[in-house]
Design a protein around this ligand. Sequence first.
Ligand code: HMG
Ligand code: MG
Length: 327
Amino acid sequence: MPDLSKMVRESEIRRNEQGEVSSVNVWPRKVQIVEVGPRDGLQNEAEVVPTDVKVAWIDRLSEAGLQRIEVTSFVNPRWIPALADADEVMRRIRRADGIQYSALVPNVKGLERAVAVGVNAVAVFMSASETHNRKNINKSIAETYPVLEETVREAKAAGCFVRGYVSTAFGCPFEGAVPVARVREVALHLLEMGIDELSVGDTIGVATPADVHRVVDVLLKDMPVRRLALHFHDTYGMAIANICAALEHGVQIYDASLGGLGGCPYAPGATGNVATEDVLYLMRGCGIETGVSIEAAVEAAGFIEDHLGRPLPAHNLRARRGACTTT
Ligand code: HMG
Ligand code: MG
């Protein structure tokens, strides 16, 4: 658990009639949402979304008040054809002041492409499980470290904010359970490289709150909570429960995808990310500030839903586009 004495006000401590502490609410008052729909969402779509639509959608995300948007990936386009237009998308989006527009980069080649089109926030990525790492980026974990080390070094030298993802942190589609010690090992390597933020990914959406407590407990022994992000996919419907578990540790950064789009083409069975509008509903209900209105988010999710021509799974999108619009 984070150091409570630094985080808790007297008003957040609940006492019983004898004045003894009965429980403590350390949930943060404010969280950041990292909108990964344009990258994690669209990378997994069977249909390649036209560049014009992507650009119009991302501009709407800026207007909706999202402050951090993961726009695309500068990976090998043969591996992710859906994002082969990364350079053009980055060049054409309207970049509003104060919004972070980031992109995935697997190596220095990807970084150079990103920087060439004005990107100043990048994310490197690798997995905690050997098989997924190899299937996703064609290298063993040991071979990946020097590649990412060089990428992070060059990215920092170019003045970029750098996020590091640990994927398959809660389970691997090929190996099953992933030991927490493996997650810690990969996380520590990334932190030592000098990343600014660590995003821990439940790539295939299998975690439960008990897993979240276990993993977050271990990670927070070695890093400050303000640098930890969590990235939940919702395959088994546990993502919102998992976020609640992470809030108890004071985690303040959550990745989410409008409409609940998402998945990894190299992780069979992975479904969408937790939906941004559902995370916003949770936060609003719990009195936690996000800076984003659900109405604006639903409108932006509706735009891409209309384009894709099929209903997206987000609960708030379904409820608000249907009859149930009382909140
Ligand atoms: P490789 O084939 O081993 O690469 O792929 P290589 O270094 O041997 O080079 C082979 C060719 O790729 C060369 O071209 C390079 O120039 C080119 P050729 O000489 O044959 O014409 N190449 C590139 N081209 C453009 N941009 C680049 C680039 N790098 C090399 N950056 C590589 C290795 C990592 C590049 C490849 O495996 C790849 O692109 N993988 C990406 C997979 C991916 O994007 N997966 C989804 C994202 S991860 C995810 O979704 C999980 C996450 O959401 C968190 C979670 O859910 O847990 C983040
Ligand atoms: Mg993902």
